[in-house]
Design a protein around this ligand. Sequence first.
Ligand SMILES: [Zn+2]
Length: 314
Amino acid sequence: MKVKNLREILKQEPAVNLLKLSLQKNRLSHAYLFTGPKGVGKETTAWAFLFHLFCEKDKENPCGECKACKKIEKEIHPDIRILYPEKKEITIGQIRETIYFLRYRPLEAEYKIILIKEADKINLEAGNALLKSLEEPPLYAIFILISENFSKLLPTIVSRSQIVRFRSLPTEVIKEFLKKKYLFEEKVAETLAEISFGSIGKAVTIAEKGILEELNSFVKAGFSNSPLKRFKVAERFSGFLPEVLDEFFYVLSIWVWRSYLKEKIDYPYPQAFPEETFKGDPYLAIRTIYEVKNALDFYVNQELAFYHLLNTLF
Ligand SMILES: [Zn+2]
């Protein structure tokens, strides 16, 4: 379910106020650039903004039930076009289709929206084509560009956009959100918030994919010294999808580092991390993790890669 009201966006007051004001005064820009760290609510806010723009019943408090709201929820509204990198880039072909999409008036709403995710992946040729339509947009066109790194965008695109800045969230906010939404106990919510460094998106991904539990089973197998147990875990891990593995390697690296800090300077250790701490050289361990992660990108046998990782780290 999408967030349908800008009021529900967590701790992004400057961004939310700017958007609310442009709605209230009906002074909308033709292009907004949502920028800020990963996982802090940029895309969530963009969708909420669209509910306010399109709701047929109540523009201040979008209803979620009218035809427009339902189509936005399902991402099938004919006046919204979503662009994202195909094969790592947003290409001229995609921008041409967008320009074609903008040639005709909106079908059902007042505006036609072009939502561009990872806008920094627009290649140069596509960027120049996009710029043309930003220079003379039809009255009903609104572009929303989302980017973590707007220094990679063409400066001419940035200068034509209203910049909407998003910031990292305080750990406390993420913790409370996780407790409320997922009913996590205090120490789990706190650990997730702590290791996601202000990114609610990251905390949610780690939580939903059960990465803390996976870390525990991995570490247990490692400390068991039983080749059979290690092999069983390696076998299970070999079935994980790449996005789960990315998060696992991320959390595993943090576990190594935080273990080291605990041992060396008695720095507080995340409460929901495994009881056992890593005892070896953190630099070598993180290098090994990185090598295994890379090897997997080159289609090395996953089972073997994890078995090797367990035998090397423990
Ligand atoms: Zn509605």
